[in-house]
Design a protein around this ligand. Structure first.
Ligand code: 13P
Ligand code: SF4
Length: 311
């Protein structure tokens, strides 16, 4: 029974006792973002996980992110507050089906979004995140045939922007898929002139209305620099917490789903992590990420290529 515990103080105590670093994604609950040692996008969190000299990484994000931390820092203990914190993109891409897709296109390389399982990373040539995808794709010759998975919207966005014809795996992020164009247009009409910033996981009918498209860090950077007083944000709404901290005088509105508000766009996987579960993860050093060494080494190759090509 954790009632009566000062969770914030207990987490601080355990963080020191365990020599732990708390990494959090921008889609985490505000109270978790506020106590994290570092909050970032997928690429930044991978880099932090690779560079930290802490003994324990408490990863407040989803499982593929904690897996990535373990692949890059195998000697560290990596805990994820809730092991069920998955991702619809990872679920859409079972390794056996992805292997068959690769085998059906032997003259293609596999450029793969980091939102996938360790097994799929091991079957891929280069991993990308939303903040590194454009830089990496620009380094691949135009004649090179590519399969891109698992996010067909990010892949489609890259195809349109770079005039490529990558073959797309049919996965989607259920969060970004849920934005409603009709409701977005109504919101834009209520706030004439307010720019829209969106994530490339959004479908094209939402991207078409965006003044800025980029990763969570890119969107946050846009929020800090746009001219005007109101910004419409077409990504998971917990990122608005960082915008309100950084620029309290401006107004940030989450783009709506079909019900007209942004609550249906809260990532149900990210929301599984709570202060209580983070406290227990630091106390018990469980649940822990474990990856068999041959699989880890195979997956690390495609991740290392990303880290090289992104810098
Ligand atoms: P980025 O933080 O890399 O933009 O990724 C967004 C996302 O959906 C993570 O699950
Ligand atoms: Fe996966 Fe979408 Fe949630 Fe990110 S927001 S973890 S892509 S389901």
């Amino acid at each position: 029974n954790l009632s009566g515990l000062d969770l914030r103080a207990e987490i601080d105590r355990l963080r020191k006792e365990r020599n732990a670093v708390i990494l959090a994604h921008y889609y985490q609950r505000p109270e978790i973002q506020d106590l994290a040692d570092f909050v970032g996008d997928s690429l930044e969190l991978s880099r932090k996980a690779a560079a930290t000299d802490a003994e324990v990484i408490a990863f407040c994000g989803v499982k593929f992110m904690a897996d990535t931390a373990k692949i890059l820092s195998p000697q560290k203990i990596v805990v994820l507050p809730d092991m069920d914190a998955g991702c619809s993109l990872e679920d859409s891409c079972p390794p056996d089906k992805f292997r068959a897709f690769r085998e059906a296109h032997p003259d293609h390389i596999a450029l793969t979004y980091i939102n996938c399982s360790t097994e799929v990373k091991a079957l891929s040539d280069v991993i990308v995140t939303s903040s590194s995808a454009e830089t990496i794709l620009a380094q691949i010759p135009p004649e090179q045939k590519i399969i891109f998975g698992p996010d067909r919207h990010l892949g489609g966005y890259l195809n349109r922007k770079f005039g490529r014809d990558m073959l797309l795996w049919p996965g989607v992020c259920i969060v970004h898929e849920a934005f409603s164009e009709t409701e977005l247009l109504k919101l834009m009409a209520q706030h004439p002139g307010a720019p829209v910033a969106g994530h490339p996981e959004c479908p094209p009918h939402i991207i078409d209305h965006c003044d800025y498209v980029g990763s969570t860090s890119g969107i946050l950077q846009f929020a800090k620099t746009f001219t005007g007083d109101t910004l419409i944000v077409a990504t998971e709404p917990h990122i608005i917490h960082q915008m309100e901290l950084a620029i309290p005088e401006k107004t940030f509105i989450g783009a709506p789903g079909a019900d007209g508000n942004c609550n249906c766009n809260i990532c149900p996987y990210m929301a599984l992590n709570t202060m209580e579960k983070l406290y227990i993860a630091l106390r018990d050093l469980q649940p822990r990420i474990e990856i068999a060494e041959p699989l880890r080494l195979a997956a690390k190759k495609s991740l290392d290529r990303m880290l090289d090509m992104a810098s």
